[in-house]
Design a binder for this molecule. Sequence first.
Ligand code: NAI
Length: 329
Amino acid sequence: MDILFFSAQPYDIHYFNQANQQGEHRFRFLEAQLNEDNTALIKEETAVCVFVNDKVNAAVINILHEKGVRLIALRCAGFNNVDLKAAAAVGIKVVRVPAYSPHAVAEHAVALLLALNRKIYKAYNRVRDNNFTLNGLEGFDLFGKTIGVVGTGNIGAVFCKIMLGFGCKVYAHDIYENEELLEAGVKYVSLDTIFGQSEVISLHCPLMESTRHMINADSIASMKMGVVLINTSRGGLVDTAAVVAALKNGHIGALGIDVYEQEEHLFFQNFSGSIIQDDVLSRLTTFPNVLVTAHQGFFTKEALTQIAEVTLNNIRSFEKSELLLNEVK
Ligand code: NAI
């Protein structure tokens, strides 16, 4: 099948070519994002392969339909950037990669937590500057602390198990309880209890209308002073302006984010020679207790290999008119 990739980075090209060594499909890779301005780039392709920040709204979908595209293959798990109703209305199928190395994202959440708590990013710079003092690098033992986990699906479950391994008390909130986690010692509690009792809160639930801005001025007010907040899920779960206010008054003790509400205008691109126009992100990066990574939680060899293989399997199933196991409806 002819597939047009949007938002393609060198690593996408590498891993997709590796998964297509038999030459089953023909690829065209574009760095450009898919949005209303870029649909003219589509030629003969039957499928478009998109990532988290491509804008696949109703207007784009109608143009895809006119151009003969019959499949939207997401090379990610989240699908909040695709108008599924509009796709169904014109008969375009949407497939995704529902799970790929949950360890990659869970371990990244832990990396953010450890780096923030033990000030590894500061220590790295300090030692390189021949400054071997410890003032300001003090952290706290994670052992025995209460960790609140919102969402215990694939990624949240792995995160819970890692935290149990650290000797933490793990509180979780989800609409479904995971038996294996219960047996391992995780306690399911209300969202209010997570907010009120946790020293660290990590978000692993999807972004939906019901979860948008679940971290807001009111929920922050109910949290412990100095709480550490980690978000590797989706930026929209957090009201960033409220978080900035809470960082300023010390209510939030540290913030680690791999996702940001307005990331689609910034992440995966190099603006090192430019002035960033996003004042909220610019403010965030001035705090000494904030660590921002640019949506790299998924970025391991294992996850990239799986993403490429599952995406091409999805496309193969579509081409052969087989049951689409990973269809999003
Ligand atoms: P999943 O679908 O396996 O788990 C999500 C869990 O959230 C489910 O158990 C679901 O029941 C639960 N949930 C739904 N609504 C909820 C609510 N209102 N409150 C609490 N829990 C709720 O998804 P997975 O694979 O664990 O991914 C979690 C999130 O991580 C995704 O939604 C995605 O946004 C994000 N993600 C981030 C990546 C990164 O690179 N930073 C990479 C992959 C995913």
